[in-house]
Design a protein around this ligand. Structure first.
Ligand code: ARG
Ligand code: ASP
Length: 739
């Protein structure tokens, strides 16, 4: 493996390079404008924010990183000709990130990313959620059917090839030609049988990248701390600083004898990576360089003011209210009963997560004056468009203003359906899946129907394990009432409406066969005709199918009719902004592809007269400790370790660090991403953002946006001192880069 650190001479050379770039930059400006005070002063806050494409780091990104303190070159981070950091990063099960931390395929991700797996291995007798789990050897590692990790083998810009011969085309003809181009690009590739190629749109369709990837499917669970550590502070502390969560879990990638991907097989062997991350024991302090490498899901950094206004004042408030109602009901039942708490823990966390995020996001957008800022930018844009005579761009802002009025209504109607039918009422979500099954029969016939039916039956076994119809009935009554109050189907009074939905809920849940797995199996036995007849006589299905029908025939088409127009304007707007503001830094919005983002360890001032420090310690866990509480309990063992200061070599001058924050621009999907130091050693594990800064998906602001990370030393301390899993520590490579 090639070392990622560079020699002293190389560092020297880079420093020279930076100095000459900076002098050059100030020289250029001095020429054009006359007196320029403090030309050499560089504003490093402007170098933070942005999620960059790893194959394009040479030049600006490399220079910015050096100025922020990095010692790495672009090719240390991403290379296709030698091992690089990229080879240690995987997308974890579609939604999160994980990284390799040993030469035996050991991977680290968040506890909340492994949560589904941890829960599915757990029962009341064997409750890994509350007790934790540590495989004592490789034989005891637990398989996870369906779990996948994805490596990016390479990515390459293919914008020109994608636009080849499209100059004169529009609409369907354009789409067809681009589809052809996409196929041509893929056809010329020489891929291994286990590799896949995708051409992905970046910058809302202004750019394209070819991405070659490899999926490994035999992923086994190695360990996780109990929830009292992995989820300490749970939903109360979620999206908040100061935080004290050991949000990590360990898995291992297995491969066939040739180190290639294979389905689960007992005889598979631990994967041998091209590169794995050494772990630094030196810790962090304010100003240290941090690099995050992972798979951010989605950002919309270039929306116009009118869109932000709509999110804050129209869309977020109603989604928040719907979730709040559903969460209150779940919470009531979870507090009454241990079994229910296990069954609903994951669902509750899933719904609470974005409920809380949206609240913080709206507040942040208001506080940072995002709408006003965007308006100012738009008037500058408009002025320059006119000055430069770019007439093709002159109506973009007014097009946005017009289209967003229509969009708001369509998006809200769709949100209601998504929140009520799809996200919160479980029985309705089930009827939605069955409705799709019915559609498969009418569109594709019996064979496709049977295949999908078998998959559904298999997949839904797990659903019923965690399903409680009583809770669901109460959520149904409340949320359908809210849906009906917003989009009335009758002229009932409020009281009448409440009563009506309670009555309907009672009937649906007592008469439907779909509230139990046996009932479902019964409904789905026989050929398609019989099954569909069965479904059509079921009360829950009838009601659910009518909502799904409405969604497909009305809500979704209405939404996309405007959304497609808006996307076209947005694509043009992004292109136009890059032309109008040639000196501004533009990064492509996140789209679940591999990216890097960089920044520094730094506290922040959430309010006037108040400042947060960047690191939290075990002491803070003891301060938050509430005996017996489901969010803030602390095990006796952790208390003992604290009281005896049994921190091994992981402490910082006698204090045990737990979490820290930095200015890295992250979003959903970055969970589980490694935090790397100036030399590419692991110093932490990304898992969250601070509440005041969750607006970073629309408006990153280096003043207030912070990501939250678990300190690598806390992870090691828990594995070693808390769990006694020293065999795992022995696999890792611990380093002291600062000494
Ligand atoms: N807020 C983090 C993220 O968006 C962590 C979520 C998991 N924790 C929780 N309490 N729900 O995924
Ligand atoms: N917690 C998020 C995740 O799961 C990360 C974030 O949104 O900051 O990816």
């Amino acid at each position: 493996m090639a070392p990622l650190r560079e020699s002293k001479n190389m560092k020297h050379l880079h420093l020279l390079l930076i100095i000459s770039i900076l002098t050059l930059a100030s020289f250029k400006t001095q020429q054009s404008t006359i007196p320029q005070p403090q030309q050499s002063k560089i504003d490093i806050s402007k170098m933070q924010g942005g999620m960059w494409v790893p194959s394009e780091l040479e030049g600006m990104n490399e220079t910015e990183m050096r100025i922020l303190g990095s010692n790495m070159s672009a090719s240390d981070i991403y290379s296709t000709t030698k091992p690089s950091l990229k080879d240690a990063i995987v997308q974890f099960n579609g939604g999160c990130t994980a990284e390799i931390i040993s030469d035996q395929g050991l991977i680290l991700t968040n506890h909340h990313c492994g949560y589904g797996a941890i829960q599915s291995h757990s029962s009341v007798e064997n409750d890994y959620l509350s007790k934790g789990f540590w495989a004592k050897d490789k034989k005891s590692e637990l398989p996870n059917p369906g779990m996948v990790v994805t490596f990016v083998t390479r990515m390459e810009k293919v914008t020109e090839q994608m636009f080849l011969g499209t100059e004169a085309l529009q609409g369907e003809a354009l789409e067809k030609k681009m589809q052809q181009n996409r196929e041509t690009i893929k056809k010329t590739l020489q891929l291994e049988s286990w590799q896949e190629a995708h051409v992905k749109a970046f910058n809302k369709g202004n750019q394209f990248y070819l991405i070659v990837s490899e999926d490994y499917k035999d992923i086994r669970w190695v360990g996780a701390p109990p929830s009292s550590i992995g989820k300490f502070g749970a939903d109360t502390d979620n999206w908040m600083w100061p935080r004290h969560s050991g949000d990590f879990s360990l898995f291992r990638i297995y491969a066939d004898k040739n180190n290639n991907p294979a389905e689960y097989n007992e005889n598979n062997v631990p994967f041998k990576p091209k590169h794995f991350l050494p772990i630094s024991l030196d810790g962090v302090e304010t100003g240290d360089f941090t690099l995050i490498f992972g798979f951010p899901g989605r950002t919309d950094e270039y929306l116009p003011a009118v869109a932000i206004d709509q999110i804050v004042n129209k869309l977020n408030p109603e989604k928040i209210a719907l979730r709040e109602a559903s969460l209150a009901i779940m919470d009531k039942y979870m507090r009454q009963d241990e079994q229910t708490k296990i069954q609903y823990a994951s669902k509750f966390a899933g719904i609470a997560n974005y409920w809380k995020k949206w609240i913080g996001e709206s507040q942040g957008l208001i506080q940072s004056k995002a709408i006003e800022q965007k308006r100012t930018l738009e008037s500058q844009f408009q002025k320059l468009v006119e000055e430069k005579g770019l007439t093709q761009y002159q109506n973009l802002i007014s097009d946005f203003d017009k289209l967003y009025v229509e969009y708001g209504e369509a998006a809200q109607a769709r949100d209601y359906w998504i929140e009520v039918v799809y996200r919160n009422v479980e029985l309705l979500n089930l009827t939605f899946k069955l409705y799709q099954l019915e559609q498969t029969y009418s569109k594709k016939g019996e064979e496709a129907f049977t295949k999908q039916k078998d998959q559904l039956l298999k997949g839904l076994k797990g659903f019923y394990k965690n399903y409680n119809p009583n809770i669901d009935q109460e959520i149904f009554a409340k949320l359908l009432y809210m849906y009906d109050a917003r989009y009335p189907t009758t002229r009932l009074s409020e009281e009448g409406r409440v009563k009506q939905w309670q009555q309907t809920a009672k009937e649906v849940y007592s008469e439907s066969n779909l509230t139990s797995y046996n009932g479902l199996v019964e409904m789905l036995s026989g050929n398609a005709k019989i099954v569909i007849d069965n479904l059509k006589s079921d009360k829950a299905y009838k009601l659910g199918a009518s909502y799904s029908e409405k969604f497909f025939k009305e809500l979704n088409p209405n939404y996309y009719a405007v959304k497609d127009q808006l996307d076209a304007v947005q694509k043009e707007y992004i292109k136009a902004m890059q032309e109008v503001f040639p000196n501004k830094r533009f990064f492509p919005d996140a789209n679940s592809t591999l990216r890097i983002t960089y920044g520094q360890v730094k506290g922040y001032a959430p309010k006037d007269g108040m400042e947060y420090l960047p690191v939290s310690y075990l002491k803070g866990i003891m301060e938050k400790y509430k005996p017996g509480d489901y969010e803030f309990d602390v095990s006796q063992k952790l208390q003992d370790l604290y009281n005896t200061k049994n921190f091994g070599s992981y402490h910082d001058n006698g204090k045990m660090p737990v979490n820290f924050i930095g200015t890295n621009h992250t979003t959903g999907g970055n969970s589980g991403s490694p935090v790397l130091d100036a030399d590419g050693n692991l110093i932490g594990l990304n898992f969250d953002r601070v509440w005041e800064g969750t607006m970073s998906d629309y408006n990153y602001d280096a003043e207030i946006c912070r990501n939250i990370m678990v300190d690598a030393r806390y992870i090691l301390f828990i594995i070693d001192k808390y769990a006694g899993a020293t065999h795992l520590i022995d696999e890792m490579k611990l380093v002291h880069p600062k000494k």
